[in-house]
Write a protein that binds this ligand. Structure first.
Ligand code: DLL
Length: 430
């Protein structure tokens, strides 16, 4: 399969590290000189830009949290005057003040380059017709993917999110071959296409999904329903948006654009940097962004770096599928539970669909975990013994994986909420 930028994507490690160090030194200097928050943090820690002599020296720079970025709302993180900014995006701000991101013209070019590599790795070429079903809003997803797909030369269908039946009509009528969406919305689209009996007329070949966690089981289900290959990509507003990393055809971890982002893994409790290969929280530093550099941003996303070479020939280090966010982790009666563990069990079971809800309550001072999941076949509700068997099997499997008793509720098909953007599956009422 094609590689967009062989020179960088297949570079020798020593060359990548040389570029990284040069760019790290420039970025730290830029942040120190132009962003008061970074300067103040570095002064308090007793570090100067000239102290960064090797890549390892990055550990001298203090970590940055989401709360700190929020305090800089809206534009105090910009390292250039507003006249050099040509685009502003923002995170949704559902959990507090939104995080804003300003881009210079150079940043937009860099962004398109990063995305061009990722979509090429996912199998997209100039021959493709790409339906972008992310919302064209302040959200970075749609515009981010748009820039890179345009660079690659795909024909873009900027349909945005929502109006799901129309999405399927357009997908069929335009002969779209590529879908860009969250995994949960892609699944909803597949389900809608099945209901409209449109799968046979759809020419979709690949889907590039991202922006929320999903399991391997969810990917397989999506691939099976749409008869496609689905690859995953990752990113976040704080450092750019999508474009940080993406999978190649081997679907075995997401190649990081290492000339643009320096990735570290830390222990989220002790904040200590962990050796490559260990699981922990991903920390990212931008290496080439002008408008809004980010130094050692704590993503809260739990993953692992994969240093082993990839058969695709790219030498860019991979990161494993995100296991969950450290702040999404539920602590139920003292046990750590990631929603992804529940999803894996549910999707591994025949007879139930890919839609579920997790509800946590506290009853008589005790945490209570309920999982609601849809049946594929409504008639099962009338076949009591089969229903009971499925119910017990799910309870046992969840208990084995989570070491917890879970209340399982099987509900009729098409009764749980569907999502057009990022799915919200967990309700914690404690
Ligand atoms: O979701 C950027 C993006 C758009 C990535 C489109 C990929 C495709 P935010 O809205 O700022 O940005 O949310 C960032 O979403 O910290 C992760 O927790 C989560 N996330 C993003 N991609 C993945 C993924 C965009 N592939 C936050 N797997 C991040 C799991 C993901 N979680």
């Amino acid at each position: 399969m094609a590689i967009w930028n062989r020179e960088i994507e297949c570079a020798k490690r020593s060359d990548i590290e040389r570029i990284q160090l040069e760019r790290l030194q420039q970025t730290v200097r830029r942040a120190y000189d132009h962003v008061p928050m970074y300067r103040d943090k570095m002064i308090s820690a007793g570090v100067k830009p000239s102290d960064i002599r090797t890549l390892k020296d990055i550990a001298k720079i203090p970590l940055t949290s989401k709360t700190e970025l929020r305090e800089q709302y809206p534009f105090k993180l910009l390292a250039v005057p507003m006249r050099d900014i040509v685009r502003i995006h923002a995170s949704s701000g559902t959990t507090g003040q939104p995080i804003t991101a300003g881009y210079t013209r150079g940043d937009l070019e860099l962004w398109a380059e990063c995305i061009a590599r990722i979509v090429t790795a996912g199998g997209v070429t100039a021959d493709d017709i790409a339906q972008i079903s992310f919302g064209y809003t302040l959200f970075t997803g749609a515009f981010g993917l748009h820039g890179g797909l345009e660079k690659v030369g795909a024909a873009i269908v900027p349909i945005s999110s929502g109006n799901t039946e129309r999405q399927i009509n357009i997908m069929r009528d335009f002969g779209c071959t590529t879908l860009i969406a969250t995994p949960s919305y892609a699944m909803y689209l597949a389900e809608t296409a099945e209901r409209m009996d449109a799968i046979k007329d759809i020419r979709l070949r690949v889907a590039l999904v991202g922006s929320e966690a999903s399991t391997e089981e969810m990917r397989s289900e999506l691939e099976r329903r749409f008869h496609i290959i689905a690859t995953e990509n990752y990113g976040l507003t704080e450092v750019m948006g999508p474009g940080v990393s993406g999978e190649c055809e081997y679907k075995n971890g997401m190649h990081i654009n290492e000339d643009c982002f320096l990735a570290e893994i830390i222990d989220p409790k002790t904040e200590e940097v962990l050796p490559v290969g260990e699981q922990g929280e991903l920390v990212l530093t931008t290496l080439a962004k002008e408008g809004q550099p980010a130094l050692r941003y704590r993503t809260r996303d739990i993953t692992r770096l994969i240093p082993e070479p990839c058969p695709c020939g790219r030498t860019q280090m991979r990161m494993e599928k995100i296991k969950g966010r450290s702040d999404d982790m539920l602590i139920i009666r003292g046990v750590n539970v990631f929603p992804s563990q529940i999803e894996s069990v549910l999707l591994g079971q025949a007879g139930i669909g890919p839609h579920y809800e997790i509800i946590v309550t506290r009853q008589h001072y005790t945490d209570h975990l309920q999982v609601k999941v849809e049946l594929v076949d409504a008639s099962l509700l009338d076949r009591y013994s089969e229903l009971e068997k499925l119910h017990n099997k799910l309870k046992t499997d969840l208990r084995t994986v989570l070491q917890l008793d879970v209340e399982v509720t099987l509900v009729s098909p098409n009764t749980l909420k569907r999502f057009e953007g990022k799915a919200k599956r967990v309700t914690d009422l404690r």
